[in-house]
Design a protein around this ligand. Sequence first.
Ligand code: ADP
Ligand code: MG
Length: 267
Amino acid sequence: MSRTIVITSGKGGVGKTTSSANLGMALAKLGRKVVLVDADFGLRNLDLLLGLENRVVYTALEVINRECKLDQALVKDKRQPNLSLLAAPQTRNKTSITSAHMKALVEVLSRYFDYVLVDCPAGIETGFQNAIAGAKEAIIVTTPEISAVRDADRVIGLLEANRIKDIKLIINRLRPKMVKNNDMMSVEDVLEILSVKLIGVIPDDEQVIVSTNRGEPLVLSENLPLAGIAYENTAKRLDGKEVEFLDLDAPRDTLLSRLQRWLTGNS
Ligand code: ADP
Ligand code: MG
């Protein structure tokens, strides 16, 4: 059974595209066949994050207009053949694409892939309605800020009104030190407002920005940074596995701490 999941948020800039790229890549690494659909028409972000921008010839628009075949528009990832991308057109003239088109497109894709992940644009207008049209599940991304959480709550209401009841939550850009000093909402604070199932907590990590600029999702790094491990764990939970949440506060395993453990025989 194929799963069709829209990755959305209330507020913009909270990490939808970052989460789409990393979850897609992590699921592909688990052996699932994944297609990422960029529904942020007019902006085209996902292809850049994946470093696939030079290989995009056709987009969802040409498929919908029957100007090319679906497989001509699907860009296979060079590093991970289980992952494909359907890019968004750069044109801002989005009026020609309707919810019905998007629904049909996602339905066709779901015949060929285990996961169809749709990266949603910001806002709750046409672009949002189109992005959710074919999805049966949703992942809400929020940062631990009250404005983002409030907007996420409104979007959860909208999703439910659109018959999407299976909604999961990713809390992104958490900074444990700030939480400790009561300068940031904690995971519990967020969950008190949003009563949906938590599947991921991603720390704020400058490696995310480095990987964005390189066009290489974090989960492909050799020495997985904490945010990369958090994304891998999120993907496993999404895939139905029980994985404990990371203690983001724990000191990292440094060479010195390993040496100390070795010397004291506590390895
Ligand atoms: P959206 O798709 O919701 O607009 P993006 O995924 O484009 O958001 O992320 C917005 C910005 O935030 C990007 O510059 C991205 O690199 C940065 N970002 C996202 N997640 C993190 C994180 N966990 N730590 C640090 N920076 C992040
Ligand atoms: Mg985005």
